[in-house]
Design a protein around this ligand. Structure first.
Ligand SMILES: NC(=O)c1ccc[n+]([C@@H]2O[C@H](COP(=O)([O-])OP(=O)(O)OC[C@H]3O[C@@H](n4cnc5c(N)ncnc54)[C@H](OP(=O)(O)O)[C@@H]3O)[C@@H](O)[C@H]2O)c1
Length: 206
């Protein structure tokens, strides 16, 4: 059984906790502040506050890209040896037109540069949260695209995805994160202008 620490309790943190629960993982959820706030607590997870030790072998950065630097500042040295899952779409949401990373880079590449001892895997950024929580996208099982340079890390992420009843498709090395982030960007823009729904999005047919 795998163990996972999810940093962030928003839409994606919650959806990925559902995924991890379906996969039978040990779940730690890291909140920004102590206390449940407006969100209800899961009975199947341990809770911590940002800065606490991370108990998961897999660590999900389920925070906005703008907040990743804060999180890495807290955890940089403690992420050594972990599989770090970057789910972000680094979009300037004030314009829906600009990236927050250089056009020849990606959020995943920027994050990997900051935490050289960790194995960064890009995954889940091209899935809306609802399709992860339900396990379906339209009439098909939800497909999760991923990319990374560390084969063992990708095996662990694929195992999590498949154990949760989702389909995993390895898109290649971490350099493919740029294309995955472009896909996520386009999907969000299409939903924002009502050409698709936040409950569905792109799918990849077998
Ligand atoms: N929404 C989607 O369907 C979707 C799909 C694919 C990828 N993504 C990506 O997933 C990531 C999370 O998105 P989301 O939709 O889940 O966002 P969200 O619902 O706004 O939740 C963001 C979470 O990050 C926490 N947070 C914000 N700033 C923080 C900081 N400086 N330190 C620690 N925690 C901080 C928030 O804490 P508080 O509750 O205390 O504010 C909240 O728990 C983003 O990178 C996004 O691009 C989202």
């Amino acid at each position: 059984m795998t163990s996972i620490s999810i940093i962030g309790t928003g839409k994606m943190g919650s959806a990925l906790a559902d995924v991890a629960a379906r996969a039978g993982a040990d779940i730690q959820i890291i909140r920004r502040r102590a206390g449940a706030g407006s969100s209800s607590e899961r009975a199947d997870a341990e809770y911590g506050v940002i800065g606490d030790e991370l108990t998961g072998d897999l660590v999900v950065l389920a925070v906005p890209y703008e907040a990743v630097a804060d999180v890495l500042a807290r955890y940089r040295s403690r992420l050594r040896g972990k599989v770090v899952i970057d789910i972000s779409n680094p979009i300037d949401f004030t314009t829906y037109d600009e990236l927050l990373v250089p056009a020849d880079s990606s959020a995943a590449a920027e994050i990997a540069h900051e935490i050289p001892g960790a194995a960064v895997v890009k995954a889940f950024n091209a899935n809306f949260g609802d399709t992860l929580a339900t396990g379906t996208n339209g009439t098909t099982p939800t497909t999760v695209l991923l990319a990374g340079d560390d084969a063992e890390a990708k095996i662990a992420v694929v195992a999590l995805i498949e154990a949760a009843g989702l389909r995993a498709v390895d898109a290649g090395p971490l350099s493919r994160a740029r294309e995955l982030e472009a896909l996520g960007f386009l999907q969000i823009v299409l939903a924002a202008i009502a050409k698709t729904h936040y409950e569905s999005g792109f799918t990849l047919l077998p």
